[in-house]
Design a protein. Structure first.
Length: 276
C-alpha cells in the first residue's frame, strides 16, 4: 500500500514532557536536566533508516525491512535526562504473516538516540517491541494523540512506564480510545509493549439528529493514571487506572454521565506480559 508523506515527515520537534517527566530517574538517577525547548529530534527518515538498515523512501515515507515489509514512522518522544537528552522514534509495519496492504496487526519498532557532542547518536534499535491492532480499516496504525502527549512514571530509578492515547475508527464514524502501555528498561536498553487498555469512545456520529430524538450514544474520554508501585513488590510494574469523563450508556440502555464507578484499574500480569 502506498503511503503518502504525512505532516510529520521532517525533523521532529517534540515536547520534552511527552515522554519523561521523571526521566532522570529512569536514565540518570538524579534530578532531570532542563530540556532545550528548541532542540529538534533526528529526522524521521533517520529513525526509519536505523530501524530498516537502509534509507527511507521519500516519496512514500516508508523504508523496507530485510523481509520486504514497509515500515512507517509513527511517534517520537524527547527524553530529558541528567546526562543530556535522548530521543526515541517509533515505527510500525505489518506483522509477519499479515497482508502487507491491509494488515490486522502491526509490529512496533523503536530507535533510541542520545544527543552527544552536538549531534544525535544512535544508542539502540529494536525491530519488534510488540504488536498492536490497526486503528483504521485500511491497515494503518492507530493515531497517537499528540496533543495529550505521553503519560509516564519512573519506576525503581532504572525503569519507566509510558501510556500513549490511541484513536481507532469504526463504522459510521465511531471512534474508540485506548492507552497503549509501554515499558522501558535502562539496563539493557529495552522497550516493550505492555498491553492496551480501553479509554472511552465516541459513537455520536451514528446518531440521526434530523428526527428530533435525543442521541442515545455515549461520548467519553479516558484519563490514565500510573499508580505507585506496591511497596511489598519493589520489582513489580505499577498498576494503572483509567477514569472516564463525558457520557456512557448504562445497563438500561440510557445515556448517563460517567462516574467513578466506570473507572477501572489494571494490573500487570507477569505470566501474560501485559496489563489486564
Amino acid at each position: 500500500m502506498k503511503r503518502s508523506k504525512g505532516p510529520g515527515w521532517r525533523s521532529a520537534r517534540v515536547s520534552a514532557s511527552a515522554l519523561l517527566a521523571l526521566a532522570a530517574s529512569a536514565i540518570g538517577g538524579v534530578s532531570p536536566a532542563a530540556a532545550d525547548p528548541d532542540l529538534v529530534g533526528p529526522p524521521e527518515e533517520t529513525v526509519l533508516a536505523a530501524i530498516c538498515g537502509n534509507p527511507a523512501r521519500t516519496e512514500t515515507g516508508t523504508c523496507r525491512m530485510k523481509d520486504g515489509r514497509p515500515a512507517a514512522f509513527w511517534h517520537g518522544a524527547m527524553i530529558p535526562a541528567a546526562t543530556g537528552t535522548w530521543f526515541t522514534g517509533f515505527a510500525t509495519m505489518p506483522a509477519p504473516g499479515e497482508d502487507t496492504d491491509t494488515p490486522n496487526r502491526r509490529t512496533v519498532a523503536a530507535a533510541t538516540f542520545a544527543f552527544e557532542d552536538s549531534r544525535w547518536r544512535l544508542k539502540g534499535v529494536q525491530t519488534e517491541i510488540g504488536r498492536i491492532g490497526t486503528g483504521n480499516r485500511n491497515g494503518d496504525a492507530p493515531q497517537v494523540d499528540e496533543g495529550l502527549g505521553a503519560v509516564t512514571r519512573a519506576v525503581n530509578r532504572v525503569r519507566l512506564v509510558m501510556g500513549l492515547r490511541l484513536t481507532s475508527y469504526g463504522a459510521a464514524g465511531a471512534r474508540s480510545f485506548s492507552f497503549l502501555l509501554l515499558q522501558f528498561s535502562k539496563v539493557p536498553l529495552r522497550w516493550s509493549v505492555a498491553g492496551e487498555v480501553p479509554a472511552g469512545s465516541d459513537e455520536t456520529a451514528a446518531c440521526d439528529t434530523d428526527d428530533g430524538e435525543p442521541c442515545r450514544m455515549g461520548k467519553s474520554e479516558g484519563r490514565l493514571e500510573i499508580l505507585p508501585e506496591e511497596s511489598f513488590k519493589p520489582l513489580a510494574w505499577p498498576p494503572v487506572r483509567v477514569t472516564l469523563t463525558g457520557t456512557v450508556r448504562g445497563e438500561d440502555g440510557k445515556v448517563r454521565p460517567a462516574t467513578d464507578r466506570d473507572a477501572r484499574t489494571f494490573a500487570f500480569d507477569e505470566a501474560k506480559g501485559a496489563y489486564r
